[in-house]
Design a protein around this ligand. Structure first.
Ligand SMILES: NC(=O)C1=CN([C@@H]2O[C@H](COP(=O)(O)OP(=O)(O)OC[C@H]3O[C@@H](n4cnc5c(N)ncnc54)[C@H](O)[C@@H]3O)[C@@H](O)[C@H]2O)[C@@H](O)CC1
Ligand SMILES: Nc1ncnc2c1ncn2[C@@H]1O[C@H](COP(=O)(O)OP(=O)(O)OP(=O)(O)O)[C@@H](O)[C@H]1O
Ligand SMILES: [Mg+2]
Length: 368
């Protein structure tokens, strides 16, 4: 009886802060089945520990570097966002400025020529490269001229690639076929230099249709929202999203894509690399204004690159930098969203959440 009681309370804690009645029913069924035979207890304990609520605040404290006066510009990170086109200029800006607000030293944006002046006008802090091309600007070109344009685009990114600690590919990229073809080549380039990348927004559309671009690249992190996740599951697992088996399905998806890390965004953020599944369900806000995913992708890039620096140190954590980066980013975004909502209620905008990133991080890891 005591064992059963402990198991139920541990399972309740391990899945979510407020498990739905369906989840509770499933847990109780599992407990009844497994308690019938004590020989299954070790399996149960393993299952409990494989999907658990991450201690996001503790991860944030572990990965966030101290502000050491001996460090020079660039050591706290150099991030590049690949995104921004005629329609979308907000998304790459949100991702890039969030990275700076969290503490990266340099934040670049590689966008189309039309989007560049607009993004530059939002902030002088960002380094903006007007290098991407959309089909409409080259519609009169011959095939050979188009190939030359593509080579130029790749050449412009190539010059910088080695300097970046992480890329965020996709916020506000759009779905122009010529532009997406260039972005596939940028992904190949990043892999050649072992630069980690976060795949978000329209780059997830690209990757869903060409899964080999990320398959088995351990430094790839995918951050799908509800629609993007649905399309990934349909394409890769050939089935529909099953909320009853959310954790197992996410684990299978990440495994099937060769162990990439996936952060499935939603009421609870779920993170898996095909082995473990972690959840982050703290704080948050009921406001669902567009752009919060862009803050998240920029944040994952920063925390991932900081976690990678720890990997080479003496107190290297056991989890991968990609998993740690996702947990830290999700925890911080939710805390900042909660703080912004307290201040602005229904009128909370993505920029208000970005304003709260610094205060939220300071609350967890004070500068001194
Ligand atoms: N201020 C900005 O510039 C912003 C730009 N954004 C960019 O906008 C682009 C599109 O991102 P979204 O998050 O909107 O992409 P989604 O694919 O989630 O959604 C696109 C639109 O189509 C609808 N839709 C998509 N699939 C659907 C389906 N199966 N059934 C029903 N409706 C469906 C959605 O409701 C949404 O309105 C990305 O490049 C993204 O980065 C967003 O990040 C939001 C902010
Ligand atoms: N229902 C929800 N309740 C609480 N938090 C949520 C909910 N849905 C999403 N979030 C939070 O908002 C973050 C962004 O998720 P969202 O689904 O809005 O991304 P997105 O659609 O890609 O955003 P964007 O508009 O930037 O493209 C998630 O990481 C999560 O923490
Ligand atoms: Mg998005």
């Amino acid at each position: 009886m005591l064992v059963k009681h402990c198991v139920i309370s541990a399972l309740t804690r391990s899945t979510s802060h407020s498990p739905s009645s369906t989840v509770l029913r499933r847990q109780q069924f599992l407990v009844r089945t497994l308690c019938a035979s004590r020989t299954h207890l070790p399996k149960l304990i393993k299952a409990m520990s494989s999907t658990s609520e991450a201690d996001a605040e503790s991860v944030l404290r572990t990965v966030t570097p101290t502000l050491d006066p001996k460090r020079h510009k660039g050591q706290a990170g150099k991030i590049a966002v690949i995104g921004g086109c005629r329609e979308y200029t907000g998304a790459p800006y949100f991702a890039a400025i969030s990275a700076l607000r969290i503490g990266t030293d340099l934040s670049h944006v590689f966008c189309t020529k039309d989007a560049a002046p607009v993004i530059k006008s939002y902030s002088p802090e960002l380094i903006v490269h007007p290098v991407l091309e959309e089909s409409y600007t080259i519609s009169q070109f011959s095939e050979e001229e188009k190939r030359k344009v593509q080579d130029n685009v790749i050449g412009e990114v190539d010059k910088w690639m080695e300097r970046f600690d992480c890329l965020v590919i996709g916020p506000g990229l759009g779905r122009d076929p010529f532009l997406l073809e260039c972005v596939s080549k940028i992904m190949l380039l990043a892999k050649k230099f072992n630069v980690p990348f976060v795949v978000d927004g329209d780059a997830l559309f690209l990757v869903t249709n060409s899964i080999d671009l990320v398959k088995s690249y351990p430094l790839a992190v995918l951050t799908p929202n509800v629609n993007e996740y649905k399309r990934l599951v349909q394409k890769v697992l050939n089935c529909e999203v099953d909320e009853e088996k959310a954790e197992d399905q996410l684990r299978s998806l990440a495994k099937q894509i060769g162990g990439v890390t996936i952060l499935r965004k939603g009421k609870t953020d779920l993170i898996s690399n095909g082995e473990i599944v972690k959840s982050v369900s703290i704080y948050g806000s009921p406001r669902r204004c567009g752009g919060q995913g862009d803050i998240l992708s920029g944040s994952v890039a920063v925390f991932l690159s900081w976690a990678q620096q720890l990997k080479s140190g003496p107190e290297s954590p056991s989890e991968s930098p990609a998993i740690l980066g996702c947990i830290a980013a999700s925890g911080l975004l939710r805390k900042a969203a909660s703080l912004a909502f307290t201040k602005h209620k229904r009128s909370t905008l993505t920029s208000d959440i970005i304003e709260c990133l610094g205060e939220s991080l300071e609350d967890i890891c004070p500068v001194s």
